[in-house]
Each structure stands twice: as structure tokens, then as C-alpha cells.
Design a protein around this ligand. Sequence first.
Ligand code: GLV
Ligand code: MN
Ligand code: MN
Length: 425
Amino acid sequence: MPDKIQANAAAMPGFGAAIAVRIEQLARISEDAAKLTRLFLTPQHREAAELILSWMREAGMAAHLDAIGNVVGRYEGSAPRLQALLLGSHYDTVCDAGKWDGPLGIITAIACVAELNRRRKRLPFAVEVIGFADEEGVRFASTLLGSRAVAGSFNERVLDGRDRDGISLREAMLRFGLDPERIGAAARARKEFLAYLELHIEQGPVLEAEGVAVGVVSAISGATRLNITLTGMAGHAGTVPMAMRRDALTGAAECVLAIEAQCRGDLGLFGTVGYLKADPGASNVIPGRVTFTIDMRCASDEHRHLAVATAVKTIEHIAAERRLEPQIEVTHEGRTVACAPWLQAQISEAIARSGIAPRALPSGAGHDGMAVADITDIGMIFVRCRGGLSHHPDEHVMLEDADTGARVLLDFIENFRDGRRKPKE
Ligand code: GLV
Ligand code: MN
Ligand code: MN
């Protein structure tokens, strides 16, 4: 752990520096010594889960690993078995990730519970913290696997999905020590929760540009992810005339540029090809097969659905022109989810009490709340990050901002009132 952060933690009372120490501790648990990569169900993922479990227990929570690998901690309220305010975020990462995306929300929630426990304060509701096992969806293409299991919306078909080494989710669970037949045991009932609240780095530049440390999220944009395979014909790079080739990679390149052009010309639409692999992958062989992903996002679900349909048509057209066979599979579909107005109001009150003018902003990034919204109302607090940078190793949050985020979250928890709309009689 960098000495400077340790020294700051000792010198600076409050939450920020202690949070940063734990961020560093978790970031050291990586599949790759040179960069942070911690994918779902790897040995490093397991090691991180154990560390978070130990922090939860130290904070006075009963903690366990659930049936999909989520880390679940519970701090009882003033009586046993009360409904819970659920807090959380995720502990998996993208490849070559930043340290704050996900862990900040878990570590801050645990810090708030630890503070309640230190003061021996019990609330008229329980507080649960979940470290969701898979939000990023890097390993098995399908995302939100941890939170979907909790929401009871886990799609069993994903169990047969394979990672890039050919290991199925089913096999990976068994290796991790989980039983794929028991995923249903992770599901929780609506009646168990009062609300879900997630604190997360903004992952964009708005709060920094406006000079505020925290903001309240209004909604999370929906997303579609697709896996595309184009199959042509491999052949000798020196003999097959250019006009006779069925080169899958040049076809994929045309598709990538077409998707970029489509999204550039459409305000509010975000399209990304983040992964592309050519086979057989040799400099003297015409690529016979290419696999690539598309991630398409928009705040309007209708707009996104139309855009995905257009992109699919474009790919089919390019493939036909080039005599390639397209195979198009939707691996993730998540609707836009609004944060509950009553939670936004209580978050805004907590932000205002910290002396900051509440600023509402939408989230273009996906979050576990998209799945949790199926069983309870959701709210989110965003914390400013440097340069709006995320999914990048330079992702950074200032200690003062981490501190402000934690104070706002604690204030929110201590002043929480059930504001759910009552069902009509
Ligand atoms: C997760 O960070 C996502 O938005 O894809
Ligand atoms: Mn995240
Ligand atoms: Mn992320």
C-alpha cells in the first residue's frame, strides 16, 4: 500500500483516508500484477470477497457469501428481522480497471455501518450491504449477474455461456465453490427491503465541471449488448486475389465504422465496439472469422431499440455485400431505470445539509440498481472523479470527496424515512 496514503489515513480523521486505504487494499487483489483486473469467479474475486466479508464482520455485521458469490452483510435494527435499507455496489472490475468503480460504494457503505456500530446506534430498520459479484459482465458477456440473482431475475440460460477460455459459467461456479443449481437461493423478496441506495463514482465530467463533490442520480440509462460473429473464408494471404476474398476482418472493420457513424449522427446515443478478435490470427492468413461486441446505450429505451435494429440491419447488409455469414446474439438487455423521486428528495436533503447545492444528473453507465429496481425502489449518490475518467487505471477520487460522499450517505441513512407509495386499497 502506498506509504503516502497510509500516512494521510493516520493524519486525517474522518472517512476519506480510511476509505482510500481500503481501496488500495482491494486494488492489490488482481489477476495481473501490473494492472487491476478482477473478473467474476476467479481466485482473485474469491480473495476480494473474503476481504470484504472480514470488513463487514469488523463493522458489526453478520456476513456471508450468497449462492451467486455476492457478499452480503446485515446490521440489525432496533429489533430483529426488521425490513432493511439495502446499500451496495460491485466488487468485480473491467480489464485494466480503475480502483474506485464499484469498491467505493461497498467500502463507504461498510464505513457508515461501522460508524453506527461504534456509536452503538440501532435504527428502526436493518441496514444490509451487498458487494455484488458481477456488475461489469466482462467474463460471461451478460452483465448484472449478481444483482439479477438477488432480484430473482437471473436468466438460467447464461449458465451455458462461456468465457474466452471456453469455461462455462456453470463450470466457473463449481470451481469457485458455488452450486449452479442453487442460484435461486440468492433471490430476495420485495418485502425484505425498504429501498436500495448505491454510492458510486460519477464516471463522467459533470460534477467536476460544476465544482461539486457529490450529486444525486435521476435515472440510469438502458443498454443493449450484442455479440457478433462474421464468418468468411480463411486462405493464403499471398495467393487469393483481393476481389475473390471473403475476409471477415475487413467486413467487421466496415461494421465498426458504420456503428460509429450511426451513433455520431444521433445525439444521446452511445455505441462502442470494445472487443474484437480475428481468427485464425496470423499475418499471412486471411481472417476467416471475426467476433466482436457492440454496447449500445441511450436514456430512451425506444430510441435505443430503434438504433439497435438499425445497427443489425447495417451489419446484415455489409455481411451480404461481402459474402460473410453474420451471427448476431443479444447478450444483455437492460431498460432505463428511474431513481425513485422520494429517494432523490432524501438524498438531495442530505447533500444540502452537507452545504452543497444538490445537483441531479442521469447516469450513462450501468449499475446494479437496474436489476435491484425489480424488487425495491432505488436511489444513487454520485461522487466526483478526476477528469471524469473511469474504466481506466488513472480513475481517481480525491480523499475529501470520498469523505463528503460518506458523510452524505451516513446522514441519508440516519435520516431515512420510508417514503414508498402505498398500494391503493
Ligand atoms: C458498467 O460499468 C457499465 O456501465 O458497463
Ligand atoms: Mn460500476
Ligand atoms: Mn464499471
